[in-house]
Design a binder for this molecule. Structure first.
Ligand code: SAM
Length: 290
């Protein structure tokens, strides 16, 4: 069977089933063999791997994954795609489709069932409207992961990999870099999709750290501090922490903590490295102990 990466085949399938694209599900299907091959190579998918695919659409990327991986589970929310997937994936006996919302699925249970709890690969052309909850959900629920290789909005890929002092640096950069090493694999223009998205895209690989780059006393506190620091971008770090509904330190505790790690009290959050946020978190931790 002709692959769906051939635009003619994708159009033929869509017309045959009179499939109506749903904007609310972020449906932009890939039609570029070169990009798909780059994603497979970037994720380093091999016959040893169990791969979780998020949002298979009509099965374009799933066909590539099925050829390279040992086993693939693809989670798709749109039930209108199920009959199409049954046809386009019929030649492969190592693919299963789960009709569900990825944000409601127990991925730890999936890793246990399909890969005996060993690190899995996650590969996807993500629905852009839920990029951050999907990625943070995977990291925060401590699913055993080797790497996550995903197509995201170009701007979001940039935010994930930059460091302090750049305009894109923020809570997402710090959260991603706490858990993984980001690497942009490819920039992908709108004409590689049907329909064309109105933003540029990029493929990014997030390779899970074996050990976190910083060790803190309280991971949840670290992330509360990071979120508070970027809530009000133009404000100083001390004001961000002081105004956060999630934190209840006094102004004096905050200023003392910032100065105790060698920073000026009027510094902005966007100037701090992950290591500095970790130090700050550990100093402030003394005030939340009972
Ligand atoms: N993988 C296909 C491709 O590359 O051509 C389709 C990618 S498309 C950008 C995103 C897919 O995610 C769509 O098929 C959409 O229906 C699905 N999707 C959207 N929200 C979802 C959710 N919450 N859970 C699972 N799948 C979802």
């Amino acid at each position: 069977m002709e692959k769906l990466s051939n635009p003619k085949k994708t159009i033929e399938v869509i017309q045959k089933y009179q499939f109506g694209f749903q904007k609310k599900f972020g449906q932009n299907f890939l039609i570029d063999d070169h990009v798909l091959t780059k994603i497979m190579d970037g994720a380093n998918v091999t016959k040893d791997d169990f791969v979780l695919e998020i949002g298979p659409g009509i099965g374009t990327m799933t066909q590539y994954l099925a050829e390279r991986a040992r086993q693939v589970l693809a989670v798709e929310i749109d039930k209108n795609l199920l009959p199409i997937l049954a046809e386009t994936l019929a030649p492969y006996d190592n693919v299963e489709i789960l009709n569900d919302d990825i944000l409601k699925v127990d991925i730890n249970a999936i890793a246990q069932k399909y890969n005996q709890g060993k690190p899995i690969k996650v590969v996807a052309n993500l629905p852009y409207y839920i990029t951050t909850p999907i990625i943070m959900g995977l990291f925060e629920s401590h699913v055993p992961i080797d790497n996550i290789t995903v197509m995201v909005q170009k701007e979001v890929a940039d935010r994930m990999q930059v460091g302090p002092g750049t305009k894109d640096y923020g809570a997402l950069s710090l959260a991603v870099q706490y858990y993984a090493k980001p690497c942009i694999i490819a920039n992908v223009p709108p004409n590689c999709f049907i329909p064309r998205p109105n933003v540029g895209s990029a493929v990014i690989r997030l390779t899970r750290h074996l050990d976190p780059p910083v060790v803190v006393k309280d991971e949840a506190l670290l992330f509360k501090i990071i979120r508070a620091s970027f809530n009000q971008r133009r404000k100083t770090l001390q004001n961000g922490l002081n105004n956060s509904a999630e934190l209840s330190f006094t102004k004096e505790q905050i200023v003392d903590a910032i100065e105790s790690i060698g920073l000026k009290a009027n510094i902005r959050g966007e100037a701090l490295t992950l290591e500095e946020f970790a130090k700050l978190s550990d100093v402030l931790y003394q005030w939340i102990q009972k």
